[in-house]
Design a protein around this ligand. Structure first.
Ligand SMILES: NC(=O)c1ccc[n+]([C@@H]2O[C@H](COP(=O)([O-])OP(=O)(O)OC[C@H]3O[C@@H](n4cnc5c(N)ncnc54)[C@H](O)[C@@H]3O)[C@@H](O)[C@H]2O)c1
Ligand SMILES: [Zn+2]
Length: 278
């Protein structure tokens, strides 16, 4: 399987990297797989009996803003402190090696691809980003950079200091992320990214495309569905799905059952063992 993946990488003219929360696991980030996974990462919410779906809810920014910001402030601090693992760089090396074009499509809100040096205009964040804020009302369409540092009391998961506010109306702001039961997410930033991605797909309709999917779960299957749609609709697109627990995909697409870093290292070794690129 690793050899087949290396053959796909070897001839790729364009790369599409599709990633879910599992992509961050090898950088030390938690995925939120099931209530158990979420509560392992956030024991305080286990004590309060709150699931990921309960916490990722815009209602708290209105009813109890310090609690709403507890979850998102903690995550923003964590993602800022995280160093993307070597696998992010391995894929960039393949892109450079082939002189290929690329696009990233991710449901992650953590900004790790930007941090690893991927160009901001080559990334689609389908659920938005924690590094951008919007008004919770919202009073307008403004989306601005999140430079707020929130200290969190980890026993209560509440923000300790002043919360970031909307510069236009003074209301408490919230991350520009699509939450559960969310009618107020401003999708403009993601819409612009989506438009660039559509253009990319049109430009590469006849290119040999390697879709590398990593860490995309089955519960909210947005990213898996996207990889499959590209794999089945574009004639020269091959999908490599890397996932330690849910790698299944119909052939001829490739299923690699392991973590992202181990899988990428394995493909890299197989690629080096191939004849030099002609
Ligand atoms: N880092 C983030 O930004 C982040 C983190 C958690 C959740 N979320 C949000 O929550 C939702 C969660 O859905 P999801 O499908 O992304 O995550 P998920 O937690 O439901 O699933 C994670 C997947 O990653 C796999 N995985 C675990 N370890 C891995 C590893 N080392 N390498 C590769 N894969 C590994 C698991 O088998 C699982 O299939 C998304 O919509 C996302 O917006 C974002
Ligand atoms: Zn406002």
């Amino acid at each position: 399987m690793l050899n087949q993946a290396a053959q796909i990488i070897n001839k790729a003219e364009a790369f599409i990297i599709t990633a879910g929360a599992g992509m961050g696991v090898d950088s030390g980030l938690p995925d939120f797989r099931g209530d158990h996974g979420f509560w392992n990462a956030y024991p305080a919410y286990s004590r309060l009996g709150l699931s990921f779906v309960d916490c990722a809810n815009p209602q708290y920014f209105k009813s109890d803003p310090a609690f709403g910001w507890g979850f998102y402030g903690h995550r923003a601090n964590l993602y800022r402190a995280t160093i993307p693992h070597e696998g992010f760089h391995t894929i960039r090396k393949w892109i450079d090696r082939n002189g290929a074009d690329y696009f990233v499509a991710t449901s992650n809100v953590d900004g790790q691809f930007q941090k690893a040096g991927y160009a901001d205009d080559r990334i689609l964040e389908v659920h938005g980003s924690i590094h951008w804020l919007q008004c919770q009302t919202p009073c307008g369409s403004n989306i601005w950079v999140n430079d707020a540092v929130i200290e969190i009391d980890e026993t209560t998961m509440r923000g300790r200091n002043a919360l970031p506010r909307c510069p236009d109306c003074g209301e408490v702001s919230r991350p520009n992320i699509l939450m559960f039961g969310d009618w107020h997410w401003l999708s403009d930033r993601t819409n612009i990214q989506e438009h660039r991605f559509d253009q990319f797909l049109i430009e590469h309709a006849d290119s040999r495309i390697a879709v590398i999917e990593m860490g995309a779960g089955t519960e909210i299957p947005t990213i898996r569905a996207l990889s499959e749609r590209i794999g089945w609709s574009l004639e020269h697109a091959d999908v490599i799905r890397i996932n330690p627990r849910a790698p299944e995909i119909k052939p001829p697409h490739l299923s690699i059952r392991c973590g992202a870093l181990v899988g990428l290292r394995g493909i890299d070794a197989a690629l080096k063992a191939l004849m030099p690129r002609s």
